[in-house]
Design a protein around this ligand. Structure first.
Ligand code: SAM
Length: 631
């Protein structure tokens, strides 16, 4: 780890000095908020001078109001805006807050700083519980049951605003005084503020520096100097007079094809954002396909190098680790997960990975075999990587809980045969059932997605057979209490049964459970954890299994975005969410966030570089192949 000079993806946290109980930044030598009264200062400078209380009151149902900020710090501005939003905005309106932070506060410092404001305690608690891991890049937090979203970029402001895709209705230009932090208030940042604004966007800042005011005015903001807060003589505020109009989307009716983890996640996400959603699936209930296994592990295989592929998997894993405990706690079991160095090759890979990247221990850490045995509860012949925030899920329960929402209607037993545009809407035909018609359609039907896409040309997706093996835990000499992955995965028992698998059978279309696949699973498990299975196991006895087909793409990356035809043109109102492979539990929450952001026109959960990796267009056979980066 020592030879990684940047220490990425870990990010340096803020070094604070506590003066009279108030936080001061050691890195910048400045206070986080006014010594007089930070909360009142925020209300005065940022809320009042952006006219937020009035603007919140004027929102229509389902509107999303976007605030962007430079310097998240303690989150005081965010929580104050959130509180005002709850007090003023109509019940169905939503708040989206975008911020950047170069030195995030550690969780303990965050809690201590926010304890200064008892009236913000209910909001602060949610922030603390969902606060991102200290790793660089974009984090999406879903708070207040989906009414409030926070997109928080850990890294430099200019880099973050370059990477992110959003338009703000109001700006909080914070980030320490220009005299303490000249590096932030550069022309480039001012240009970015303009680029991420639309006609009518407002801004406010506690600084009254002439250089800042003139630079903002030059980009088109009508600037004004007004009285400052407390002892400060003045501050500035502004409004963008000309520019593109604010984009508005009307929540309409959405049809989702597929009730697996992809379909259920996007259906729930859009329902919470105010859309009426119909979910159609050929199965008789949720999770009839690959998402119907009794257990599934939540893990990511992170690449040796910190490239975009690794960043995407890491972002998805961390998002999922926040999402499941908060949204579907009944289906989630955070036991920790061991990625065992089960072979010479895997041990070497893990060594290289640890040398090339630095992760906070709260994300992952190396374990020797003794610790691995203690933490998993079974004798491990090798150590590996330990992910304390991971665990396992009950996928079918998860899907049905996600679909349980008053704005979601389900159509099971609907075998979709054809999707066609009709009168600016989409029409889905099925097996003798009445057609389903909607403004927007999302294909999330795993490997069946391809045959429904109303486009010509090759779309590089394939189905890969996977059989799991389920057996009574009494067949094990010891019971695992954490998930172990390697040659196979093994979960702690549920209802007295354990699950292991799955096979990875390319070009195999057999839907039947087969003894040879059971044998393959059990010998994989036995080689990874010798002596754990009491042998021999009678395959005709109490062993059961299940076969499902994963949908993967040519580059094993997921697909989330607009449906495109062979020429790369988008088909209005049609979207794809598929290609989640064997990592549906890991990908689905973040991919659903991102796709719902695209559909609603809200700030995107993925920065540009990561959004490119999931674009449907890359799967067109005619598209120039992207260079593949080895995992
Ligand atoms: N808005 C904060 C709050 O509600 O607590 C207070 C912000 S504090 C005055 C300024 C913040 O800007 C600090 O947390 C600092 O680390 C951050 N910052 C300063 N320069 C930055 C840069 N170039 N990029 C990103 N963040 C920066």
């Amino acid at each position: 780890m020592a030879n990684n000079p940047t220490h990425e993806p870990s990010i340096k946290t803020a070094r604070l000095i506590w003066r009279d109980g108030q936080p001061v930044s050691e890195q910048f030598g400045d206070v986080y908020f006014s010594r007089e009264n930070g909360l009142e200062e925020t209300r005065y400078v940022f809320l009042r001078h952006n006219h937020l209380p009035e603007r919140f009151r004027q929102l229509s149902s389902n509107d999303a109001f976007v605030i962007a900020e430079t310097g998240f710090g303690t989150g005081l501005n965010f929580l104050t805006a959130w509180q005002a939003f709850c007090q003023e905005a109509p019940a169905n309106a939503r708040l989206h807050f975008v911020s950047v932070e170069r030195y995030p506060l550690g969780t303990q410092d965050l809690e201590r700083a926010l304890a200064l404001w008892p009236e913000l305690a209910p909001y602060a608690r949610q922030l603390v519980n969902n606060y991102p891991q200290p790793v660089t890049g974009c984090h999406r937090l879903v708070l207040n049951e989906g009414r409030v979203r926070l997109t928080l970029y850990f890294g430099d402001a200019v880099e973050g605003f370059d990477a992110m895709d959003f338009h703000a209705d109001a700006w909080f230009l914070d980030g320490f005084a220009p005299a303490c932090n000249p590096g932030l208030w550069q022309d480039q940042l001012i240009r970015q503020v303009r680029e991420h604004s639309h006609q009518g966007t407002t801004l406010a800042t506690f600084t009254a520096a002439g250089r800042v005011r003139r630079a903002l005015a030059e980009t088109g903001f009508r600037m004004e100097r007004v009285d400052g807060f407390g002892p400060k003589r003045d501050m500035i505020r502004g409004v963008l007079e000309h520019g593109a109009d604010r984009a508005a989307t009307e929540p309409g009716h959405v049809l989702v094809v597929g009730a697996g983890i992809a379909g259920a996640s996007i259906a729930r996400n859009l329902a919470v954002r105010g859309y009426q959603v119909t979910v159609a699936d050929q199965g008789e209930g949720p999770g009839a396909g690959a998402s119907g296994n009794p257990q599934g592990a939540l893990y990511a295989k992170l690449g040796v190098q910190l490239n975009d592929q690794t960043r995407l998997a890491l972002a998805a894993l961390l998002h999922a680790q926040r999402f499941y405990p908060a949204q579907t706690p009944d289906a989630w079991h955070q036991t920790g997960l061991l990625m065992m160095g089960f072979s010479e090759q895997e041990r070497e890979r893990q060594q290289k990975f640890l040398a090339a990247q630095h992760y906070p221990e709260s994300v992952l850490r190396p374990l020797v075999k003794e610790e691995a045995s203690t933490l998993t509860g079974v004798p491990c012949p090798q150590g590996g990587l330990w992910f304390p925030g991971s665990g396992w899920l009950e996928p079918a329960l998860l899907c049905s809980q996600l679909l349980d929402h008053p704005r979601i209607q389900t159509e099971f037993g609907f075998r979709a045969t054809r999707l066609l545009p009709c009168n600016n809407r989409w029409c889905l035909s099925g097996n003798g059932r009445q057609d389903l018609v909607a403004d927007t359609v999302i294909l999330a039907a795993g490997h069946l997605t391809r045959q429904l896409m109303p486009v010509n040309g090759e779309f590089r997706m394939k189905a890969i057979r996977g059989q799991i093996t389920r057996l009574p835990a009494t067949h094990l000499t010891r019971t695992p209490r954490a998930v172990i992955t390697g040659a196979r995965y093994l979960n702690p028992p549920n209802d007295g049964q354990i699950v292991t698998g799955a096979t990875f059978d390319l070009r195999d279309t057999d839907p039947e459970v087969r003894p040879d696949s059971h044998r393959e699973n059990l010998s994989g498990l036995d080689s990874m954890l010798p002596g754990l299975l009491d042998t021999p196991i009678d395959l005709t006895g109490d062993i059961t299994g299940r076969v499902a087909f994963r949908c993967t793409t040519h580059d094993y990356q997921p697909v989330a975005g607009p449906l495109v035809n062979g020429e790369g043109h988008t088909l209005g109102g049609a979207w794809l969410l598929t290609g989640l492979g064997s990592k549906g539990l890991m990908w689905a929450p973040l991919m659903a966030e991102y796709l719902a952001d695209l559909i609603t026109g809200e700030p995107l959960a993925l920065p540009h570089a990561l959004a490119r990796r999931v674009s449907p267009e890359r799967c067109l056979a005619t598209t120039q192949k992207q260079p593949r980066t080895p995992a």
